[in-house]
Design a protein around this ligand. Structure first.
Ligand SMILES: Nc1ncnc2c1ncn2[C@@H]1O[C@H](COP(=O)(O)OP(=O)(O)OP(=O)(O)O)[C@@H](O)[C@H]1O
Length: 265
């Protein structure tokens, strides 16, 4: 398996004034992701989705279990795993093209190579005409496109996306979902995509992994077999509504279980 998570757990130790407290965020997370597939992870707020993504990236380490990419244990971040965040994290003092070039600086490309690669990716996300703009001069959707171009220009094997469209209005969000599907199909990247939005997960992913409330565990792993490109027909299909209802029920039951655990003595 290309990406493997094997009984992954993570607990944070919180230093209080007079004592320490342990917060178990992830427990027994195991799943595999095939090369080139698109996996979405859905779960209630605070269940550990971003933590899970940081562990896969290598920014943090699990304290139980193991994460492997191509059979090799993940112990640190790598250019092989690109991240796109909810808030674009662009450098405000750099132009759009200089932001896309940022990740390429670590790759020892010549200036001309880096420039032409950045231009190619700006073109793919439809922003060629905005190369010399500064982030503050762009809309939120355009800023997210720059973030996507920056992550993809590095040519990572795995793209990790943490609610990348979460701060956008509904219309822009749908447009960017369609654009992402198109880019993903053309470039065959492995994607792990975190979202609160069940429709977004069903529109984009080959599989939707559903997590319980904290401590996050996997409560379902649902295949989404719809043909691609999906477009609007898939959102309107009866199977789409059925899967949406199924995931919604799972999320509610996961949340209720956690609430009961919290109030029980
Ligand atoms: N570095 C840290 N130190 C202590 N606690 C942390 C740390 N990082 C995350 N947590 C805690 O872990 C839990 C899960 O956080 P995380 O951001 O992974 O959840 P999430 O599912 O992505 O939430 P949301 O959907 O609201 O973004 C939270 O209770 C958070 O307070």
């Amino acid at each position: 398996m290309f990406l493997e998570l094997d009984s992954v757990g993570r607990t944070f130790v919180l230093e209080r004034r007079k004592h320490t407290e342990e917060l178990c965020v992830l427990e027994g997370i195991s799943f595999g992701v095939a090369e080139g597939s698109f996996v979405a992870i859905c779960g209630p707020s605070g269940c550990g989705k971003s933590t899970l993504l940081r562990l896969i990236h290598g920014l943090q380490q699990p304290d139980a279990g193991e994460i492997r990419v191509r059979g090799e244990r993940v112990t640190a971040p790598s250019l092989d795993r690109g991240m796109v965040f909810q808030h674009h994290n662009l450098m405000p003092w750099r132009t759009v093209i200089r932001n896309v070039e940022l990740g390429l600086e670590a790759q020892k490309l010549s200036k001309a190579e880096a420039r032409s690669r950045a231009e190619r990716w700006l073109d793919k996300v439809g922003l060629s005409d905005f190369a010399s703009y500064y982030p503050a001069q762009l809309s939120g959707g355009m800023q997210q496109r720059v973030g996507l171009a920056r992550a993809l220009a590095i040519d990572p094997a795995i793209l990790l996306m943490d609610e990348p469209f979460g701060a956008l209005d509904a219309q822009t969000r749908v447009l960017l979902q369609e654009e992402l599907e198109r880019i993903w199909e053309a470039n065959a990247k492995t994607v792990v995509f975190i979202t609160h939005d069940i429709e977004e997960a069903l529109f984009l992913a080959d599989r939707v992994i559903v997590m319980s409330a904290r401590p996050g565990r996997i409560i379902a792993d649902i295949a989404v077999d719809a043909a691609r490109p999906r477009r609007e027909q898939w959102r309107a299909a009866p199977e789409f509504a059925q899967l949406k209802g199924e995931i919604w029920k799972l999320l509610r039951s996961g949340q209720q279980e956690a609430l009961l655990e919290e109030v029980s003595p």
